[in-house]
Ligand binder design. Structure first.
Ligand code: ZN
Length: 295
């Protein structure tokens, strides 16, 4: 059937015509590397040398937030920064690490203090978090940096770290200083938090509280369901795995419950989350221009 073959041939030479799925992610401002053709990656690399790497684990975030929360926030932040910087971002790396909590912090949260509890994996949770051992986490991040620098040829990396564990931050800071050693002008790699403006970071960040729920509902509203928390009564830290920033800083409430102003049921606000995100994007762009891409 020559007529049909001819028609098919014409379709193949007209890219838009044989596409069934609508716009490509890049055409909608999403620079996720997984959806880019090699020439597109090479062109972007030639323009800035920059690539973004979002990192965070699957982790318990109370019954009301999806377990990907930290990574979803890192993903949304990476997507927005990549769009503005016109550079690719690596597909979100679902990895993170944690350590056993110190007795003082356990007591602040409402435990006895002698339990062995890692991160947010409280004994009453129905599902555990995907915490990798610290040395595994460090090795995977190191290998990913090597892939992006050596194999893929990028010269600058912005890590978006969605998980606030102390040892996770320490590993990233250590790797950054190692990779930046000897750099005279501009660093090779830095890491930032996703969506939390500096003002918020200064006051100590809570876990699965109103701020985090606001940020998540700004980018992934379908991943927040407040009706999964009890309708009334204070939220006990130990029972729900929701903890406010002050408690993490060592000042719990009398009954070890989430403070009213941090209660996600009362103060989750997607518009506020969007404002946080916009401010944090501006701050991160400033940091990238100052530290990674100095003129
Ligand atoms: Zn989180």
């Amino acid at each position: 059937m020559p007529a049909k073959r001819k028609a098919e041939g014409r379709n193949l030479s007209t890219p838009a015509a044989h596409r069934r799925g609508g716009l490509r992610p890049i055409e909608q401002g999403d620079w996720n590397m997984a959806y880019l053709f090699p020439e597109e990656i090479a062109e972007a690399r030639a323009a800035t040398g920059l690539v973004i790497l979002p990192i965070a684990p699957i982790e318990w975030h109370g019954p009301h937030l999806a377990m990907g929360c930290d990574n979803l926030l890192a993903h949304a932040f990476a997507r927005e920064l990549a769009r503005q910087l016109r550079c690719p971002y690596y597909p979100p790396l679902f990895i993170g690490t944690e350590r056993e909590r110190e007795p003082r912090l356990l007591k602040s949260i409402g435990f006895k203090g002698d339990e062995f509890i890692e991160g947010m994996d409280f004994p009453g949770n129905s599902v555990g978090s995907a915490y990798y051992r610290e040395e595994v986490f460090a090795a995977v991040v190191r290998d990913t940096l090597n892939i992006l620098f050596e194999r893929m040829g990028f010269s600058r990396i912005l890590i978006i770290n969605g998980h606030g564990a102390l040892n996770q931050k320490e590993v990233l800071t250590r790797l950054c200083s190692e990779y930046n050693a000897g750099m005279k002008r501009g660093k090779r790699v830095i890491w930032v938090y996703p969506g939390f403006p500096a003002a918020l970071l200064g006051t100590g960040i809570g876990h699965a509280d109103a701020s985090e729920a606001s940020l998540l509902s700004a980018s992934f509203p379908e991943c927040v369901d407040l009706s999964r928390l009890p309708g009334a009564g204070r939220l006990k830290n130990t029972r729900f795995g929701v903890v406010d920033g002050k408690t993490f800083d060592g000042s719990p409430t009398r009954h070890h419950t989430v403070r009213d102003k941090d209660d996600p049921r009362k103060h989750t606000d997607a518009d506020l989350g969007k404002q946080y995100l916009a401010r944090a994007v501006k701050e991160a762009l400033r940091q990238v221009k100052k530290s990674l891409l100095p003129k």
